[in-house]
Design a protein around this ligand. Structure first.
Ligand SMILES: NC(=O)c1ccc[n+]([C@@H]2O[C@H](COP(=O)([O-])OP(=O)(O)OC[C@H]3O[C@@H](n4cnc5c(N)ncnc54)[C@H](OP(=O)(O)O)[C@@H]3O)[C@@H](O)[C@H]2O)c1
Length: 309
């Protein structure tokens, strides 16, 4: 079969022949890949920088995909750590880490949406005690996960959604997706009464936003739950100690590890249905195998590239 193969650290994949996959365990199945998203996790695992990367090459990247079983049924599958990812004509899935997709599911839209969508969906449903009527601030709202978070927070009944980002043109699109206010980092004090922050940015920008936000709160003893989800601006953030004293700030993280794979999987069918019904706006761009090397280094952040073998 053909696959996108990374032969050494730091190089983009090349489209070339690769050995056919073999299912081993009782729950493993060889399946046909229809579409696989090029997510940050895809790149960071492949480049050996994610905490779960194995560091062994060559590898076929790809952490998840829409696949077709021999029966013709479509599934969305998440792969465990493996050298054979989903950027291939065929791969091996563990059926226990997959869900059956609803009729009419569009493989490219599903492949684009599930990873960024599940970040906020699972955080709000499973990681914190979010209740309808609370106010949600999305930090890094202009990316794939942020755009989904704005829509998902609204869908879950947020009273107000504050979309915060650095790109004014991209921010201007977010009220149409449900954001009540679209704010730059400099304007973050206008979101001071948020109950929950969904933070995809971290690093200096997130740390720098804390005091202006907390200082402007009408009642600083009202809880604010800051959910660390992504770290686009850096893996560490110099959080001022005053941020933890002068307001009732609680910082938690949400991702695989702080939540079990079972927690993620339990939420995926409803997310897949919402995407299939068109209830969530998804920006996806299909990439052919011959275009994968170029796409690998294309970091436009408002559309998700999807490998279609
Ligand atoms: N924990 C989980 O469950 C989970 C699941 C999925 C994704 N994630 C993580 O969530 C993060 C976002 O993923 P994504 O798919 O939305 O990525 P994306 O589509 O590339 O979007 C990245 C976002 O971060 C912003 N950004 C990047 N660098 C920044 C900086 N220095 N200062 C301020 N803003 C910055 C971008 O702003 P511009 O639009 O201005 O470029 C954009 O809003 C990633 O770290 C990803 O790994 C976590």
């Amino acid at each position: 079969m053909y696959a996108a193969v990374i032969t050494e650290r730091g190089t983009p994949p090349v489209h070339r022949e690769h050995p056919e996959p073999v299912a081993r365990g009782e729950h493993e199945r060889v399946v046909e890949v229809l579409a696989a998203g090029l997510h940050h996790l895809t790149r960071s695992k492949a480049e050996g920088t994610h905490y779960s990367a194995t560091g062994v090459f060559p590898i076929v990247p790809g952490v998840d995909a829409v696949v077709r079983e021999p029966s013709g049924r479509l599934r969305y599958a998440i792969l465990d750590d493996t050298d054979l990812g989903t950027f291939a004509e065929r791969t091996v899935i563990d059926v226990r880490r997959s869900i059956v997709l609803p009729d009419g599911a569009d493989p490219v839209r599903i492949a684009a949406a599930m990873n960024p969508g599940m970040s906020s969906w699972v955080a709000l449903r499973r990681r914190i005690d979010f209740r309808a009527g609370q106010r949600v601030l999305v930090l890094g709202a202009t990316g794939s996960a942020g755009r989904m978070a704005v829509q998902i927070a609204k869908r879950f009944g947020a009273a107000e959604v504050f979309a915060v980002g650095r790109n004014a043109a991209r921010l201007a699109e977010l009220p149409a997706l449900g954001a009540d206010r679209a704010l730059t980092f400099e304007e973050i004090a206008a979101a001071a009464d948020a109950d929950v922050v969904l933070d995809f940015v971290w690093g200096e920008p997130a740390a720098g936003a804390m005091l202006p936000l907390l200082t402007a709160r009408a009642d600083r003893s009202t809880p604010l739950t800051w959910v660390q989800i992504g770290s686009m601006a850096g893996p560490t953030a110099p959080i001022p100690s005053a941020a933890l004293r002068k307001a009732r700030l609680e910082i938690v993280g949400s991702g695989i590890g702080s939540l079990s794979a079972r927690d993620f999987l339990a939420e995926l069918p409803e997310l897949a249905s919402a995407v299939t019904e068109g209830a969530l706006d998804v920006r996806a761009r299909a990439v052919t195998p011959s275009g994968i090397a170029e796409a690998w280094n294309d970091h436009r952040s408002d559309e998700r590239l999807v490998y279609v073998p």
